[in-house]
Design a protein around this ligand. Structure first.
Ligand code: NDP
Length: 339
């Protein structure tokens, strides 16, 4: 049966703190019509990522917010159902940025054709896509792990953290992961091969982290902030490198952060320990690292040197709950919606 409607999820209102399902609205709209140079896509998989919380907010950031009533943004794997561009034909599978909707008419420019024989197509949203690239480029450019050094990364069961720890080990460093709950911790140790894993919900987390890093921390890949940062911060060695990738523990925060002002202590340690703290948004590294990532990461995944875990939720209508859960650690692996 030919589909005649586009099902889509729009931003209904901006969240105050933790998002709720009421911040989203599911709508049905006429099927988009095609212009020259465009293709009609049917979404197969939608990537859910922590940055989407930022797009729901009007606060100034590195990217413009999604407007109220606009389709939520997101990376997708989609099938071409109609094409008015010579480079694409019906049946092609592509990587797109067509958002939270079942169909989209998009410019053929900027689409990347995927080869389902080369790797499962969902990997283009995770280990071989934006999160994997974030780990690769942020770690190798800023973190620069060396043999014998100790690296710490939190959200270690997710697509960024799991790749960071595994790449660090390929470079000869020790990888210490931080994850939420015993099931995730066991997976990070046994499947991703981290040397040590600490549960950040354990009241003894700070002591256990110190014991797991007897020689201090040389690279801390910052994914979360919050109480994990407080435990990591006293353990930095001189010349430690800290790529600041994400602060997911803070994304739902409203008002001031709890606890004392840590800035004077941080400044003291930046000076006295010669720390390098460098934030980044992954796309800045695409021109310099994009090609090397595709070649090296594809090889590592094919060889089994880098492993990955996906958490696939069925049904576009379940995307809002899944994104809300992602910000609280309810996902277990790269969160993807099968549309
Ligand atoms: P994940 O799939 O790992 O999901 C986020 C995880 O964060 C949760 O599963 C949870 O894991 C953990 N978490 C949530 N709240 C807390 C908390 N309060 N304390 C500790 N851990 C918490 O996400 P990604 O791998 O996609 O992303 C990881 C980070 O990288 C995010 O901060 C994201 O914003 C950032 N990022 C940055 C990019 C850039 O260009 N700078 C690009 C892509 C991602 P657990 O249950 O283990 O605690």
């Amino acid at each position: 049966m030919t589909e005649t409607e586009n099902t889509r999820i729009v931003l209904a209102s901006r969240p105050e703190g933790r998002p709720t399902p009421a911040n989203f609205r599911l709508e049905r709209a006429p099927m988009p019509s095609l212009g020259d140079g465009q293709v009609l896509l049917k979404t197969l998989y939608l990537s859910l990522d922590p940055y989407m919380r930022g797009r729901m907010s009007a606060a100034k950031s590195y990217a413009a917010p999604v407007e109220i009533g606009q389709v939520m943004e997101g990376g997708t794997v989609a099938e071409v159902v109609e094409s008015r561009d010579a480079a694409f034909k019906p049946g092609d599978i592509v990587l797109s940025y067509s958002g939270w909707q079942s169909h989209a008419a998009v410019s053929a420019k900027g689409l990347r054709k995927l080869d389902p024989q080369a790797a499962p197509v969902t990997t283009a949203l995770g280990v071989l896509g934006m999160p994997g690239f974030t780990a690769y480029a942020g770690l190798l450019t800023i973190g620069q792990p060396k043999p014998g050094e100790t690296l710490v990364v939190a959200a270690a069961s997710g697509p960024v953290g799991s790749a960071v720890g595994q790449i660090a080990r390929l470079k000869g460093a020790r990888a210490v992961g931080i994850a939420g709950g015993p099931e995730k911790c066991a997976f990070v140790r046994e499947t991703f091969g981290f040397d040590e894993v600490i549960d950040h919900r354990d009241p003894q987390m700070a002591d256990k982290l110190a014991a797991a890093c007897p020689g201090g921390i040389d690279v801390y890949f910052e994914n979360v902030g919050g109480h994990v940062w407080d435990a990591v911060f006293p353990l930095f060695n001189s010349f430690a490198r800290i790529p600041v990738c994400g602060l997911v523990a803070q994304y739902n925060a409203t008002g001031a952060f709890p606890g004392p002002d840590r800035l004077p202590l941080l400044m003291r340690d930046i000076l006295s320990k010669s720390l390098t703290i460098r934030g980044f948004i992954q796309r800045e590294f695409v021109p310099t690292q994009g090609k090397a990532f595709q070649e090296e990461m594809t090889r590592w995944v094919a060889e089994g040197a880098i492993r990955y875990k996906e958490d696939i939720v069925e049904g576009l209508e379940n995307a809002p709950e899944a994104l809300i859960g992602l910000l609280e650690g309810k996902n277990f692996g790269k969160l993807i919606v099968k549309v």
